[in-house]
Design a protein. Structure first.
Length: 160
């Protein structure tokens, strides 16, 4: 399901592939991305990275779909932001009557939609929050045997 398909809950359960809707729009000044269709984390982050931004929460692998991950809300966890559903501002979806609806964070419909596994709505577009993509610097130090290494490490850290 989170590999870019959504299940439409019914007696026979159908899957929906939304690839033809794929679109990513980055609003760098607002630190948000509007994602439509079956866009993967990898594809969205490739666009966001052009502005020095990235997702706050994501699955470990970039191949997973953003919308389908929101439908499940079980993938990805950040100690500050929590689950991916916590980074969603609004959702555009189809209800059971094929009406297009916009669902805002905090509404009862939002609570019923995120993590519903497709039981309430078919998601096709979402706005998610982004954060700065901080580039980490790799630094390696050799301390030899453990004896005395802790003292050297502490002195090196205090100089930084």
């Amino acid at each position: 399901m989170s590999q870019n398909e959504q299940i439409v809950a019914s007696t026979n359960c159908s899957t929906m592939k939304l690839d033809k809707l794929n679109l990513t729009t980055i609003k760098a000044d607002e630190k948000v991305a509007i994602v439509r269709g079956n866009v993967s984390f990898q594809d969205m982050e490739s666009e966001a990275n052009k502005f020095g931004l990235t997702t706050k929460v994501r699955q470990a692998s970039g191949i997973f779909g953003i919308l389908s991950s929101i439908v499940t809300n079980v993938h990805g966890r950040d100690f500050k932001a929590g689950c991916i559903g916590n980074t969603v501002n609004w959702i555009r979806a189809l209800d059971s009557e094929s009406n297009e609806v916009e669902i805002r964070r905090g509404s009862e419909e939002f609570k019923a939609c995120v993590g519903s596994f497709g039981a309430t709505y078919l998601l096709f577009e979402v706005e998610i929050q982004l954060t700065e993509n901080i580039i980490l610097k790799k630094e390696v130090s050799s301390f030899g045997l453990l004896g005395g290494s802790i003292d050297r490490l502490q002195s090196q850290i205090s100089r930084s």
